[in-house]
Write a protein that binds this ligand. Structure first.
Ligand code: NOJ
Ligand code: CA
Length: 519
């Protein structure tokens, strides 16, 4: 069973480089996040996920950790992070840090030691073959870089050597069994990193590439399950409140393995992908939320509902507005389309995640790559707070910013969005407020599909006594709703009809009462 506080959690994801620069050096920082906690709370989010903020050479924006126990100097100090977590707790908010268990930076002292020719205590901390001329299967590997005569496996970019948690099938002499001393030592080192931040106030972790620790694992991920169940046993004993959120997009695996929440990510061919950015920017875009694009809700529902069912009562599937790896939905959707999308995503089961800036419809920018971002860089630009220099992100000269701020004359800002009652910001704010007051709309609330329009261009769902319906299409949809048809929340138009209501084009509604007749 997942940790209790998740039932009413709404997360805000922060990319620390780009959120708020408190000391004017051009890059976001931890004190900047602390200064903006009241803003996050006002929006309606009561939990944070902060992307890696640890010491790193930043070849992958901090996902290449050099020291797990030290805040990167560019963001501040360990004390600053502890202070941020204290301040969050004082406001009833929780903080998840980003745990990168599968690899370190090539500059991590563990790797430096492991790469030495002489055998030493850390020789087995990473995955090395016995010869620089023999590569590793399953994943890319690198040879000829180190004095050690071997080839080491990488987990992602070249700068990210894979940590050794052992193999399900140790068929080569250089592979460790899952319970080999060196593999167990890596596991213990990981637990110690977790303890370090849990002791200092972290409420849990978002776990990077959670189902890739054991490299030859099968579809069931048996080896990875064994590792995370062991980690969870430690947590149950020592930190029972610790929340784990997996980047796996395999809830049927992640929840039994010990995670509380699993992200539903935009992996090719899955249902989430068909909502906002079908076709990934290439080919035909039939996104459900794109008005008139011919989207079909069943492409999402047929993939999403079995995921929900698989973990019901045990854990959650988390829907995200975006994240630092995916293009912001503004690349293809307008403000009204986004309003419908966010209202829907924020009222489905599981704890929602709002990516910073999505509440004001920040644009996906065409930016040159930064710190291994490549196409992802366009989703990582500085938060737009208000009018004036750098849109309030930093007092540094514009050319010294981590990334350029959106320079469009109509770039949205928090200040303008808050002042405009019809803005996207108010949609996020109002829907989250309603969610916090209404247990049925929260993570554990009941969920049932109520109706799908014949052509798939709209659908309705029930959460307890509430009926919610979304119609992103350009034509009205007549929906039978029994009882109180007066909307508790509305975007667009909903008018009473003889049998219920007509939901206007590009509209979203929450009303009391079940649909009638049951569909
Ligand atoms: C997933 C992270 O979200 C991404 O940003 C990173 O580059 C890879 N994992 C490697 O850690
Ligand atoms: Ca700074």
């Amino acid at each position: 069973m997942a940790r209790e506080w998740l039932a009413d959690a709404a997360f805000y994801q922060i990319y620390p480089q780009s959120f708020y620069d408190a000391n004017g050096d051009g890059i976001g920082d931890i004190p900047g996040i602390t200064e903006k906690l009241d803003y996050v709370a006002e929006l309606g989010c009561n939990a944070l996920w902060i992307c890696p903020c640890f010491d790193s050479p930043f070849k992958d924006a901090g996902y290449d950790v050099r020291d797990y126990r030290r805040v990167a100097p560019r963001y501040g100090t360990n004390d600053d992070l502890v202070h941020l977590m204290d301040e969050a707790h004082a406001r009833g908010m929780r903080v998840l840090l980003d745990l990168v268990p599968g690899h370190t930076s090539e500059e991590h002292p563990w790797f430096r030691e492991s790469a030495r020719a002489e055998a030493n205590e850390l020789s087995g901390r990473y995955i090395w073959t016995d010869s620089a001329f023999v590569g590793t299967p399953q994943r890319p590997s690198i040879a000829g870089e180190c004095e050690r005569d071997g080839c080491y496996m990488v987990n992602f970019f070249k700068c990210q050597p894979a940590l050794n948690y052992g193999w399900s099938d140790p068929s080569e002499p250089w592979m460790s069994a899952l319970d080999a001393p060196e593999a167990l030592a890596t596991r213990e080192a990981l637990k110690d990193v977790m303890r370090f931040w849990l002791d200092r106030g972290a409420d849990g972790f978002r776990v990077d590439m959670a189902d890739f620790l054991v490299k030859d694992d099968d579809e069931e991920r048996v080896g990875n399950t064994a590792i995370w169940q062991d980690v969870r046993r430690m947590l149950d004993e020592e930190y029972p409140e610790c929340v784990l959120v997996s980047e796996a997009s395999r809830p049927w695996w992640a929840i039994p393995a010990g995670f509380d929440v699993d992200f539903y990510l935009d992996h090719p061919g899955n249902g989430y992908n068909t909502l906002l950015r079908d076709g990934g920017g290439q080919g035909e875009d039939h996104s459900f939320f794109r008005c008139g694009a011919g989207g079909d809700a069943r492409r999402f529902l047929d993939d999403y509902l079995p995921r929900l069912e698989a973990v019901r009562g045990k854990g959650y599937v988390a829907l995200v507005t975006c994240n630092h790896d995916t293009p912001r939905a503004t690349r293809t959707l307008g403000q009204r389309e986004l309003a419908l999308a966010w209202a829907t995503l924020l009222t489905l089961p599981g704890p929602p995640f709002v990516y910073y800036g999505d509440e004001i419809g920040m644009r996906y920018l065409d930016l040159p790559t930064k710190e291994g971002g490549y196409a992802r860089t366009g989703s990582r630009s500085p938060m737009q707070w208000g009018p004036g220099a750098n849109l309030g992100f930093s007092t540094a000269p514009a050319e010294e910013l981590y990334l350029p701020v959106d320079d469009a004359a109509d770039a949205p800002t928090v200040e303008a969005a808050r002042a405009d009652a019809g803005s996207l910001w108010h949609v996020v704010h109002d829907v989250l407020a309603l969610r916090h007051r209404t247990p049925e709309l929260q993570a554990d609330g009941p969920f049932e599909l109520a109706a799908v329009r014949e052509d798939g261009s709209a659908f309705a769902y029930r959460r307890g006594a509430l009926t919610l319906a979304v119609n992103p299409s350009p034509t009205p949809w007549e929906l039978a709703v029994e009882g109180e048809a007066a909307p508790a929340y509305l975007i667009g138009e909903a008018t009473a009809s003889e049998t219920g209501l007509v939901l206007g084009p590009q509209s979203f509604v929450i009303c009391q009462g079940p649909p009638h007749p049951p569909v």
